[in-house]
Design a protein around this ligand. Sequence first.
Ligand SMILES: [Zn+2]
Length: 269
Amino acid sequence: MWQHTLARPFLVRGIGLHTGSPASVQVDPAPVGSGRVFVVSGVEIPALLDAVVDTRLATTLGNGRARITMVEHLLAAMHAAGVDNARIAVDGPEVPVLDGSARVWVAALHNAGLRAQAGLRRPVTIRRALRVENGDAWAELVPASAFEVDVTVDFPHPHIGRQSWSGPVTGHHFHQLAGARTFGFRADAERLWASGLARGASLENTVVYDDAGVLNPEGLRGHDEAVRHKALDAVGDAALLGAPIFGRLRAYKAGHELHRRLFEASRAG
Ligand SMILES: [Zn+2]
């Protein structure tokens, strides 16, 4: 259970989902015990629950006036790969969306390789069940011998409906989630665009459902891509505990805010 950082640095470029602006991410190895830390305009923002400032459209972290949003797919890939310590310098307000999934991050981390460090991990072990609710949505953490998720979505849409996915999500198991893309509904996209949001969203990085089906010409990456993306997001939110987790996250119609409340509760005991 040694801590790990990257063996080599890497750079990824893309555009931001919300701003549509070009952004680049330079990921460097970091000292033992330093954790995963974003650096935005020279300001360090630790990728931890305490730094969460907004969870509405994506998970946004902040420190003072510095902000970084859309951190969840990169953090999910790092958490699953076992990268404990990394310096993540971003040259814009958001992590690039890339293809809407974690696939590019998984490949970049694989190419960079991992290096063991002279310090032990301090895992979070879930010893009793915890639950948070919001309306009919809920999220629970229960004891388990590894980090696992068990996620259910239920959208009143003929191409999604009720979907569930469960399983372990660290190491090679994460590949089942890594390629699942961000998704949305056409009516919501039009509303977001009218509000000046989601400017970078396109069929290159978002699965868009309309009444008839899926607008993306290439179709879905599997019939259950929607729930697999929600599971990917859940792993990214779990990464904000900043430690390996021994426990199972069960979630029904949950999102970033319920996950944040649940992991916050887990720290209280
Ligand atoms: Zn996502």
